[in-house]
Ligand binder design. Structure first.
Ligand SMILES: Nc1ncnc2c1ncn2[C@@H]1O[C@H](COP(=O)(O)OP(=O)(O)OP(=O)(O)O)[C@@H](O)[C@H]1O
Ligand SMILES: [Mg+2]
Length: 468
């Protein structure tokens, strides 16, 4: 083969492989710079080929450049992680191997092979941060560290009392618990009570919202990671190991990717986990409490929740009713929440006027008990020296939860059957929801936590909706 044929061979080879390749000659001029490298560094091949490395990559300090060190000192660097700015100032993390090419004792070229691990690095950083955050005790905004227990659960409705009783029973054993309830119905309250009033109360209670994380991270968070050659990642325990002996709350489990759901099912059946990239089976003893805020049957039908996992988790099933279905409980809830808030605001308010109670009972509470709580917080904070809260203090979020106006939204089809105009009901509801979210975000100048409070939904749920 002559030299031209070799050149062609090299060009074809480097063009086809996935690894990024950059070769400079003895004078430091780029002679091979393949498409993978151009993609990684976000430049164009033509801008680099034929130019001097030291000029084109002038933002890499000369003494730190593995390429120039290979050329000058014949130094090889293997699998080194590097973070640097590309031409446009974007941070890129790679794992590089750079070697000098020696002929007759002289360095005639330097070759650099690189793999882009920017995403992997970001991912492992996020995992670390999230894990650290998740083992910190949860703080509620005003009371410092707060753990709920059954004494915090208010409700006298007979069906509701039965629910609390089965939760109390569950707290004494290790059975998995599946909680369904709309936003603000007390899923977290029940989950914490089962833990902190139960036989596992001295062990950790950890919670993870499955919708709050990209799917690719969730697996590492749950099961941990094992030392991996290329990321330099250390061994790290996942939530299953961290919650050992205690309880792991998996919120919005239907947001967990389907294949991860089957992995979770296996873990539940076998009581062993294996860290990502690891070889060892680690025994785990964790009680799982899973929650969803849509009916499980619907989630199964939609393909969001695995039926087998649902049956495995639902050894104890708790269906928390929306507040509008236990309206008789509104007065007792309102009174207890009022007591709590009066204490907090150091006000001496003893109760509600009849009008105020009537107003509270007339509302539908799409945000359920959280919404009622927020209404009472607002009322107490506004009240002056009154001893009774009156209707004027009760501000129902009418603007936000308004029903659509009485415009005729129907039309008739060819057979004279009445149909909704153009869109389906869920389209209309979607539009209304978007409108309400926009309004809340505008009113709070983009403060997600306050907007979520205003809408009576959790911050995580709002963030999820905003992303959508
Ligand atoms: N039965 C109840 N008695 C007293 N307070 C309650 C009750 N149910 C819920 N709350 C209060 O309402 C608020 C919302 O409850 P929680 O966070 O448990 O709801 P959730 O179902 O987890 O909501 P989300 O789906 O939005 O996460 C909390 O401040 C909680 O203390
Ligand atoms: Mg919750």
């Amino acid at each position: 083969m002559d030299i031209r044929e070799y050149e062609e061979l090299l060009k074809e080879m480097t063009g086809i492989i996935k690894e990024a390749v950059h070769v400079v000659d003895a004078g430091g001029r780029s002679i091979i710079y393949n498409q993978a490298m151009a993609n990684l560094e976000e430049t164009r091949r033509e801008e680099v080929l034929g130019t001097l490395f030291a000029d084109t990559f002038s933002n890499i300090p000369k003494e730190e450049s593995t390429m120039l060190n290979a050329l000058r000192y014949g130094e090889a660097t293997m699998n080194k992680q590097q973070t640097y700015l590309n031409k446009y100032g974007k941070e890129i993390t790679t794992v590089n191997s750079t070697i000098p090419v020696n002929v007759d004792g002289k360095t005639v070229a330097a070759v650099e092979i690189a793999r882009d691990i920017t995403d992997i690095k970001n991912m492992s950083n996020t995992i670390l941060e999230l894990q650290e955050e998740s083992i910190k005790p949860k703080k509620t905004e005003h009371q410092g560290i707060k753990h709920y227990n059954f004494a915090d659960i208010i409700g006298e409705d007979p069906e509701f009392v039965k629910l609390v009783d089965s939760a109390k029973k569950a707290s004494q054993n290790r059975a998995s618990v599946f909680i369904y309830g709309e936003t603000g119905t007390g899923k977290e309250l029940f989950a914490q009570s089962i833990h902190y009033d139960g036989s596992r109360k001295n062990k950790p209670f950890l919670a993870q919202n499955c919708a709050a994380l990209p799917a690719s991270l969730l697996e590492g968070i749950l099961f941990g990671t094992a030392k991996g050659g290329f990321t330099g990642a250390v061994d790290r325990a996942g939530l299953f190991e961290q919650a050992s002996g205690g309880t792991l709350l998996l919120d919005e489990i239907s947001a967990m990717p389907y294949d991860l759901q089957s992995k979770l099912l296996r873990v539940l059946q076998e009581d062993y986990i294996r860290r990502l990239g690891g070889m060892k089976d680690v025994p785990v003893d964790v009680r799982i409490i899973a929650t969803v805020n849509e009916k499980p049957e619907i989630l199964i039908e939609k393909g969001a929740l695995r039926k087998d996992l649902y049956y495995r988790l639902g050894i104890v099933n708790l269906d928390l009713p929306p507040l509008r279905e236990r309206r008789e409980d509104i007065p007792v809830l309102a009174h207890r929440l009022l007591e709590k808030q009066s204490r907090r605001f150091k006000k001496k308010i003893s109760g509600f006027s009849e009008n105020a109670l009537g107003k509270l009972q007339s509302h539908d509470y799409p945000g359920n008990i959280r919404e009622l709580e927020n209404i009472i917080i607002a009322a107490v904070s506004m009240a002056d020296e009154e001893s009774l809260l009156d209707a004027e203090h009760i501000i129902l979020p009418a603007g936000l939860y308004q029903k659509p106006g009485k415009k005729d939204m129907t039309t008739r089809d060819n057979n004279g059957i009445e149909k909704m105009k153009g869109k389906s009901l869920s389209d209309h509801l979607g539009t209304i929801e978007k409108e309400l979210i926009r309004e809340a975000m505008e009113k709070t100048k983009g403060n997600v936590s306050r907007a979520a409070d205003m809408l009576g939904i959790s911050r995580q749920l709002l963030q999820h909706k905003l992303k959508k």
